[in-house]
Design a protein around this ligand. Structure first.
Ligand code: SF4
Ligand code: SF4
Length: 381
């Protein structure tokens, strides 16, 4: 297992971290619950192979992730792993909420301390609220009581917000989403460089973009496998992230034993990408990007549509689907959220107003019709 020095914390973390938001589940009369037998075996396989960073959060699996870990991790000495969990910032409305929520988490996790504690999913607004509610001050109190070791944050907003937040306090670590297709999204590479300069070690979430970076069309898959037949397509995404020296933990939300074993193979004998590998991957990134269906830039000049169609979101999904072929993602967004809100392409009445405003001169009506037809084949409702 590859280990990294976690900067100012002074601890050594395994580069592969177990993300506990996508455990395998099974159906019961009370809905979907974690398949605890299989999830325990997966954790065991990972821990025995040297994974020492376990990352969960208050809302994962509707709270069951923390409770499951509380049981499962009893099998291992408490000082043999680092436990990371996150304060649900959306539930913090006043200072007192911090300790109340933290205590619930300690109880669920059946432990007396959390090693890495994060303010969950910070953006600029949520952070301002946290400052107002003196969240950091309470976390320092908890640290002084020995209940928290390291204080960090996870992040979802733009670069400016990232710069503001990371410079506001002296953080022990931070967690961002980062992958080879989205180096300019959210904190992005610029955020990575800033954290490195400031000496704040990084944990990365969604290195495989929620599974999208393995769901390529056959020609793309074939090319990856021809270049490196011994390693999975997922391993490229993990190695790309792990090649950055200030990234100390790459979280993978593993859902099957197969994924655990594949990830262990990548990190047990970790090889950073060589110059040749990087050149190959750059070429593949361009090929993947060329699979977009139209040139919508997301500028929103076409909006609002008088009939409620969210035109840029429809095109963003269509373009992502062209690149990643991820039917789960499609079902969640298109048939789950957008169809319910009547903002999907099928709500278009063909008035043509949007086309008079699009600087890219896109045939919006024709493309909406096309994407709706294409997506219908994947409707799992
Ligand atoms: S053509 Fe369709 S998408 Fe465009 S404004 Fe009219 S109803 Fe909305
Ligand atoms: S105006 Fe054109 S390019 Fe801009 S979001 Fe609308 S469809 Fe996309």
């Amino acid at each position: 297992m590859e280990y990294r020095d976690m900067g100012k914390t002074g601890v050594k973390t395994s580069l592969l971290g177990f993300g506990c938001m996508r455990f395998p589940t099974k159906k019961t009369d009370n809905g979907d619950v974690i398949d605890r037998e299989l999830a325990s075996k997966m954790l065991d396989e990972a821990i025995k192979s040297g994974v020492n960073y376990i990352d969960t959060a208050y809302p994962y699996h509707n709270g069951e992730s923390e409770a499951f870990l509380g049981e499962a991790l009893k099998a291992y000495p408490r000082d043999s792993f680092y436990l990371a969990t996150k304060l649900p910032m959306w539930d913090v409305h006043k200072k007192e909420d911090v300790r109340r929520l933290f205590n619930i988490q300690l109880e669920r996790l059946q432990t007396d301390h959390v090693d890495f504690y994060l303010m969950h999913a910070l953006g600029r607004e949520r952070f301002d609220e946290a400052v107002k509610n003196e969240v950091r001050e309470v976390l320092e109190e908890l640290r002084a009581e020995g209940k928290i070791k390291y204080i960090g944050f996870s992040f979802h907003d733009n670069y400016d917000a990232f710069e503001y937040i990371i410079k506001y306090y002296d953080w022990d670590f931070c967690q961002i989403q980062y992958n080879y297709m989205d180096v300019n999204d959210q904190a992005g590479f610029k955020g990575y460089k800033l954290a490195e300069e400031l000496g704040v070690p990084m944990v990365i979430m969604e290195p495989i973009k929620g599974g999208s970076l393995v769901n390529y069309s056959d020609d793309i898959r074939d090319e990856f496998m021809k270049y490196d037949p011994d390693n999975s397509i997922a391993s490229w995404a993990l190695r790309w992230v792990g090649t950055h020296p200030n990234i100390k933990v790459v979280l993978s939300g593993m859902s099957s034993m197969e994924q655990v074993k594949d990830n262990l193979k990548t990190f047990n004998n970790f090889k950073p990408l060589s110059d040749e590998d990087k050149a190959f991957l750059d070429k593949m990134i361009e090929k993947i990007k060329s699979k977009v269906n139209n040139g919508c830039t997301g500028c929103r000049y076409c909006m609002p549509c008088p009939h409620g169609v969210d035109i840029p979101r429809n095109f963003s999904l269509w373009n992502n689907f062209g690149m990643y072929h991820n039917p789960n993602d499609l079902n969640f967004h298109y048939f789950g959220q957008m169809r319910g809100a009547h903002s999907d392409a099928s709500a278009c009445k063909g008035c043509g107003l949007c086309e008079t405003k699009c600087p890219q001169k896109l045939p919006i009506r024709e493309h909406l019709k096309k994407l709706d037809e294409e997506f219908s084949a994947y409707d799992r409702r």
